[in-house]
Design a protein around this ligand. Sequence first.
Ligand code: SF4
Length: 496
Amino acid sequence: MQDPAPAVADDKIRCDACPVMCFIKPHALGACDRYGNEGGVLVRVDPHVVLDHWLSDGGAVVPFNAGALDWDGSILREPATFITAIGAGTTYPDYKPAPFIVASEVEGVDMVTVVTEGIFSYCGVKVKIDTDRHLGPERALVRADGEPVGHVTTGEYGSQMLSLGGVHHLTGGTKREGRATCDALLALCNGAAVELTVDEGATVLVQAGKPPLVNGQVEERMRVGCGSATIGMFAKQWFGKVDEVVVVDDHITGVLSEHQAGKLLGIADSGIKMKGRRSTPGRYFQVADPGTGWGGTNIADPLQILGSFDPRKARPGLTMLMVSTTGEHASYYVLDEALRPVEQTMPDDLARSVALIQENCEPALSTVLFMGGAGGSLRAGVTENPVRLTRSVKDALTVVTCGGAPTYVWPGGGITFMVDVSKVPANGFGYVPTPALVAPVEFTLRLSDYEKLGGHMDHVRPLSEFRGPAAHRTRVPHRAENPWPLMPDAARGPHR
Ligand code: SF4
C-alpha cells in the first residue's frame, strides 16, 4: 500500500498511521517496522495478505507470479478472493475512511468488506493451558521479562486460564511494564513461544497450539476428567480385577467403592479412609494442596492422602490401584496383615487400564485467544454513524473477522471480539510503540446494508481493481476449517 505523505526537511517523511507520528529517513523504517520511506513515499512494508478460497480447495497453484493478483482476470474468481486487513495499514485518526473498502459480488449479492489494521491499546489475550499442574494461586501476577503482564484467573476443566494484557498493564503501569506486555502479547499472537513466570508459582513456556512446558517439563496429556469422571469412565474396566481404585486429583479425588459407579457394580466397601473434604459419596475435595505432583496435587506419595483402613471392613490381601487423571502416575498396593498398603508390581491387566486412561487423554496444548474491542473510534473509519456499525454486528448483518479468521463477538455493549490466533495467517499481528497491538479487522456486509449504516460509499472500490501488479500483495490459502468470510450469510454463522 502506498500513501502520499508530507515531506519534511532532510528528505524525511512523516508517518501518520499512528499517534507516534514518526519522521522516517529515506530507506528507513518507522518505530514499529511497519512503515518505511521508499523514495519519499510512505509504504506499508509487510505484504498485504489476501485469502484465496480456491487454493485451499486444492486448486492448482499458478506457476508464475503467484503472489500477485494479476494472473487471472476472470470474474468467476471474484468470490474466491478475500481482502484481509493484514498489511493493509491504518488510517489514524480513524475519522478517515479505512484503507480498503472493497466491493465484490458473491452469489449474486453485492457485498462489501471494510479492512483496517486496528490499533488496540486496550487489548489482551486469554491463554488456556491444558495442565493439571498448579501454575500459581488465582489472582497471582504473571510476569514476562520480570514485568507484570497479567494474572492467573480460573482453573477450568483440566486447564489453567491466564488473562494477559488489558488496559491496566498496557497503559496503566510503568513504561517498561507496557512494553513488556506489548512484546509478550505480540509474540503470543504471532505464534511465538513466551516464557511466563507466576508469582509464588511455576514458570511456563507458552506457545499457541503447542504443549506447554511447566517448570521445564513438557505437558503431554490433558486429563480425561476429574477423579470422579475417571471412575465413571473406567469403573467397568476395573471390576473384578482390583478391590479398590483411588483416582488422585487436586479437584475431585474419586474412590471406586464409595462412588455411585462402584455401588452399581456391587463393589464391596474396602474400609478405605480418605483425607480431605467429602463432597458426595466417593468424591473428595482438598485431599492435598495444589502442586505439580500426582493429579495436580503437591504430593509425590499418594498414600499421604489415605487414613488407616477400617479393620471391620478391610482385610489383608485387599488390592488397590491408585492412579492420576492423566494416567501419568499409577501405583498398585496390597494390604498386609496390619492393613497397611504395600506397593507391588502392577498386574498386566491393570497396567492396560492405566494405558487406556492415557490413551483417552487429549494432547495438552496452549491456546491463545486475542481479545480486542473494535467498538472505539475505529468504527468511524467504517461509517459516519459508528453506533450503527455496532448495531449491525449485534444484529448479525455484519460479520467481523480477524485476518479472515472467525471471531466470537461478546454480547453486551461495543464490538468486543475474540479470535483464536492460530486461525489467523502467519504474522498477522503487529505493534506500535504507544504501546499497543495492531490487529487486522475486517467487517463484511451487504453493500446495501453498508449504505444504510452511513458507510463511506465514495471510497468503495471494486475487487477487480486489485488485479493490477501488486508487489506488496501476497496470496495465502484460506484455512479450510475457517468459514469463508465472504458468504452473504456468514454473519449468521455458528460464531454468533
Ligand atoms: S510507529 Fe509505525 S505506524 Fe506509528 S507513526 Fe511510526 S511508523 Fe507510523
